[in-house]
Design a protein around this ligand. Structure first.
Ligand code: NAD
Ligand code: UD1
Length: 338
């Protein structure tokens, strides 16, 4: 089975390609490398010992997409490609709407023209907004998004639902990720953010290798057990394996399906710091800083629907997530390099 993986050179995409190859699928990577490096594709081949086709292409390039569909018989698409920095999306909303929403529309048009109507989409827990109370369940109403990035996820979900409702040949799986961290056990692929990381674990890893002096803990006065924000961290390999189950779902059944991919467990910022200190065997310096605008106190999933319907559940715990993040960062202090 050939699976087109948009954004396949990125953090989650590269891990998913490794698991697809290990399971005997034939992934074809499409990426414009705006937030990744072709080195990750080399390492996917190195880890699996298998070859993988790579197209440097933008999802907004309709002619480029048509060529890929003409050259390959693609059975389904996993659609990771998108811009994902919350702060940047507030500064450059049009870039986000054009790339994420415009790109998804063009991708679906190319898919329909090629007769490939099976898609797995990278959505986010951010679509629940701040109104819903954790554990978050798929049948809760969507919340109000607080930034253009989140709005793109909400709108793309709606667009894909409408596409599905318009044509019974479509099958769509909307995967709402919680907080992916960790890296492949080999230490050869992982998350390689540009500049100063926005997210907690990439920030902590850079404090641990000495690139950043200390972590700013954004708020210790939330209504949580230790006052710091609580999130549902999920190992990127568990997340990748969820995509294999989602691909099976769209290949086997038409319709629109929505699943949380999380562990169901919430950890506070200070609990993550403690787990990371254990993994890297050194103290992580931190200071208590003001709350980050737009943050919520607590966000974790109810992952039972994915377990019941996809037969998938996350099995890797917070210690393993931190050990694997640390192995990747310590073996690749400059990520994939320049
Ligand atoms: P990433 O930036 O590492 O991967 C995204 C990839 O898409 C990059 O390789 C980038 O070069 C590529 N890309 C972006 N725009 C493109 C375009 N127009 N054409 C072709 N390629 C393009 O990010 P990630 O963490 O692997 O996230 C993958 C997906 O999952 C994204 O859609 C993201 O919004 C979503 N998601 C991520 C998280 C997270 O915390 N990492 C959480 C929820 C949802
Ligand atoms: C962020 C995004 C969200 C995205 C998610 C995916 C924001 C506002 N939201 O959410 O849209 O879907 O990542 O992973 O960026 N923290 C610190 N210090 C830091 C960084 C973070 O204390 O330097 C705290 C935060 O306040 C939060 C927790 O760590 O309580 C996790 O933060 P982060 O990794 O950015 O994830 P989210 O806030 O869940």
């Amino acid at each position: 089975m050939s699976i087109l993986v948009t954004g396949g050179a990125g953090f989650i995409g590269s891990h998913t390609c490794v698991e697809l190859l290990n399971a005997g699928y034939d992934p074809i990577i499409l990426d414009n490398l705006c937030n990744s490096k072709s080195e990750s594709v080399k390492r996917i081949k190195e880890i699996t010992g298998k070859d993988v086709k790579f197209y440097e292409c933008d999802i907004r390039d309709r002619a480029g997409l048509d060529k890929i569909f003409a050259e390959n018989k693609i059975d389904a698409v996993i659609h990771f490609a998108g811009l994902k920095a919350v702060g940047e999306s507030c500064a450059k909303p049009l870039e986000y709407y054009d790339n994420n929403i415009g790109g998804s529309v063009i991708l679906c048009e190319a898919m329909a023209a090629a007769g490939c109507k099976k898609i797995v989409f990278s959505s986010s827990a951010t679509v629940y907004g701040s109104e819903n109370i954790s554990p978050l369940k798929e049948d809760m109403p969507e919340g109000k998004t607080t930034n253009p990035y989140g709005t793109t996820k909400l709108y793309i979900e709606r667009i894909l639902k409408d596409v599905c409702a318009s044509d019974s040949e479509w099958s769509v799986c909307l995967l709402r990720y919680f907080n992916p961290i960790g890296a492949h056990k080999s230490g050869r692929i992982g998350e390689d953010p540009n500049g100063i990381p926005n997210n907690l674990v990439p920030y902590i890893t850079q404090v641990a290798i000495g690139k950043l002096s200390h972590l700013n803990v954004n708020g210790n006065d939330y209504p949580t057990p230790d006052g710091t924000g609580v999130r549902d961290y999920i190992h990127v390999v568990d997340l990748a394996l969820g995509h294999l189950k989602a691909v099976e779902k769209v290949l086997g059944e038409n319709g629109c399906f929505t699943y949380n991919l999380g562990t169901g467990n919430g950890y506070s910022v200070l609990e993550v710091v403690k787990a990371f200190e254990k993994a890297c065997d050194k103290p992580i310096k931190y200071v208590i800083a003001p709350r980050r605008p737009g943050d919520i106190a607590t966000c974790y999933s109810d992952p039972s629907k994915a377990k019941a319907e996809l037969g998938w559940e996350a099995v890797r715990g917070i210690d393993e997530m931190c050990e694997d993040s640390w192995r990747w960062q310590s073996q690749n202090p400059n990520g994939y390099g320049d």
